[in-house]
Design a protein around this ligand. Structure first.
Ligand code: DX5
Ligand code: ZN
Length: 213
C-alpha cells in the first residue's frame, strides 16, 4: 500500500489557469494541493494571499495544504481558516516565542496544524511541540522560490523527527523534490512530499506523481 501523500505546489503552476491546473493534478492522483504563501518579509518573495485560497476553495475538494512563509502568522490563521485552508503550516522561526499560541489558534479553527523549519534551524528546537501538531514540514531549500536544488543535509532532520514523533505525525518535506530525492526522503521516514517544479514542469502530471512514489 502506498501511504506517501504527494502535495503538488501551485507555485510552479500556471497562475492564469489555476482552476485548470488544480483539476489536472486531482485527475493525476494528487489528494492535496500545496499553497505557498509568502509576504516579502519572512522570505524575499510575494505570492498568494487569502483571496486566492478562498477562490480555490470554491473549485476543488482537494485538501488545501497551506504553507505560511510570513511574519506574524498569528494574525493570519483565522483568515486562512475561514478562506478554506484544511492544513495551516507556519514557520517556527516566525514565532519562536509563541509557538503554543499559534498551534492553539489553528486547532481552535478546527484545522490541522503544521510547524516548519528552515534549513539552518536546529530541528531539535521543535521536538517539544511534536505532540501538539499534526504535521512537521522540513524545508530542504531556503524558502522563497521554487526550482532550487535539494539540500541533502536537511534530509537528515527527518529521522530526528521520526524518532521523537507520535505515530500519526505527518512528516512532510518541501524543496527540490524529484524522482530521486523523493526516495531519499521516504526512505528516511517522510510520508508527505511537496513538489512544485517537478510536477508542473512535467508534460504528464500523472506520470510525474507516479515517479515520486
Ligand atoms: C519554497 C516553497 C516550495 C516550492 C517548492 O519556498 O515552499 O513549496 O514551491 O518548489 P520545488 O518543488 O520546485 O523545489
Ligand atoms: Zn512550500
Amino acid at each position: 500500500m502506498n501511504k506517501t501523500i504527494i502535495s503538488p505546489s501551485i507555485l510552479s503552476a500556471d497562475f492564469a489557469n489555476l482552476e485548470r491546473e488544480i483539476n489536472a493534478i486531482e485527475e493525476a492522483g494528487a489528494a492535496w494541493v500545496h499553497i505557498d504563501v509568502m509576504d516579502g518579509h519572512f522570505v524575499p518573495n510575494i505570492t498568494i494571499g487569502v483571496p486566492v485560497v478562498k477562490s480555490l476553495r470554491k473549485v476543488t475538494k482537494l485538501i488545501l495544504d497551506t504553507h505560511l512563509m510570513i511574519e506574524n502568522p498569528q494574525d493570519y490563521i483565522k483568515p486562512f481558516a475561514q478562506a478554506g485552508s484544511d492544513i495551516i503550516t507556519f514557520h517556527y522561526e516566525a514565532c519562536a516565542d509563541r509557538v503554543g499560541d499559534v498551534i492553539s489558534l489553528i486547532k481552535d479553527c478546527g484545522k490541522l496544524a503544521g510547524i516548519s523549519v528552515k534549513p539552518k534551524t536546529d530541528v531539535r528546537e521543535i521536538i517539544p511541540f511534536l505532540d501538539k501538531v499534526d504535521l512537521v514540514l522540513i524545508m530542504t531549500v531556503e524558502p522563497g522560490f521554487g526550482g532550487q536544488e535539494f539540500m541533502h543535509e536537511c534530509a537528515m532532520k527527518i529521522p530526528v523527527i521520526k524518532a521523537n514523533a507520535p505515530d500519526n505525525l505527518i512528516i512532510q518535506v518541501d524543496g527540490g523534490i524529484n524522482n530521486i530525492t523523493a526516495k531519499i526522503c521516504t526512505s528516511l521516514g517522510a510520508n508527505s512530499l511537496v513538489a512544485g517544479s517537478y510536477v508542473f514542469g512535467h508534460q504528464d502530471y500523472k506520470q510525474a506523481i507516479k515517479n515520486l512514489y
